[in-house]
Design a protein around this ligand. Sequence first.
Ligand SMILES: Cc1cc2nc3c(=O)[nH]c(=O)nc-3n(C[C@H](O)[C@H](O)[C@H](O)COP(=O)(O)O)c2cc1C
Length: 342
Amino acid sequence: MSLKQHVPWTQSPLIINAPMGGHAGGDLAIAVTRAGGLGQIGAVYDMNELASHLAKVEQSLPRHDDLLPVGVGLLPFVLKLDEALPVLERYRPAVVWLFAAKELEDYAVCAERIRSVTPMSQIWIQVGSVAAAVSIAELCKPDVMCVQGIDAGGHGFEKGAGIISLLPEVADALTVAGHGGIPLVASGGITDGRGAAAAFALGAQGVVMGTRFLSAPETQLHPAYRKAILAARDGGQNTVRAKLFDELRGPNIWPLPYDGRSIVTESYTEHAGGAGIEEIRRLHAEGLKAEDGGYGLDGKGRTAMWAGTGVGLVKREQPAAEIVEEVRRQVVEMLDKARSRL
Ligand SMILES: Cc1cc2nc3c(=O)[nH]c(=O)nc-3n(C[C@H](O)[C@H](O)[C@H](O)COP(=O)(O)O)c2cc1C
């Protein structure tokens, strides 16, 4: 079954919101799906919370082929499958998106058990390297892979490449390994129609945006975090990948290959300048109690503000539906313009 057949309510080119844990809830997923994209909900630990987001979706959107027209993002390295499976069985989302497993084999275990309770839901897996893409294809034959480039906001492989080189190499390697039929979507630094058009030119069948959707009021975000996103410019200079962001609240629980990209904060700058982790944690805990919740502007924040290198292109608050429609329109315009320049 082609990607488009499985998400029949979507319009082409396919725009997807990243399942940002704690930020992408039912409201965002409903708005994105209603606008003809694939709306997704990000879950972390709390499966009751996921169930309440899905209940909202069920009340708001008609099912397609018995599936709820949204995706659910799960993080296998913290996931309690026994708690997640009844929720997935009850709501049957069109897509279950997996990202960040301790061992690549864990994706296969998750995929098999999810398929056993909701066989029609597709398994999408986000990957950050050629080797991981080929191994995951062999281990669990995902229905779709999301190729995540190093520019991505939030977590990803510490060592990586931008989607310009990563996506075509993943596509070639999958073809050589006999998995060329797996559709690819792209993520990481895609923020407007120009980046999205580039991703389609690279071979993607859809684009996933996280940082851009942080500007949408439907996304759950502390107002000071959103303010910092809208103020930030020059993402290569003012965002940074580091493991420190996962050490601010205590020991880092993420699997070894991962770190995360955040807006540069005072915690990061001071730690890079030699301040010890205990002192950084103390100041972070104090920062959380401040009015801005530690989400400061101009490098003054204390806590992580996950954002991709495209953050400088996100300048104003904008409803999610408008983002989906605008980027969809721009992709076609940009590809036409590019053709006229050849
Ligand atoms: C605030 C934020 C939270 C995120 N949380 C998750 C998550 O819970 N699960 C996940 O699979 N990806 C998560 N991601 C990563 C996205 O899946 C995606 O790779 C990324 O947003 C793409 O890059 P972009 O932010 O430049 O668009 C998150 C990204 C951001 C910005």
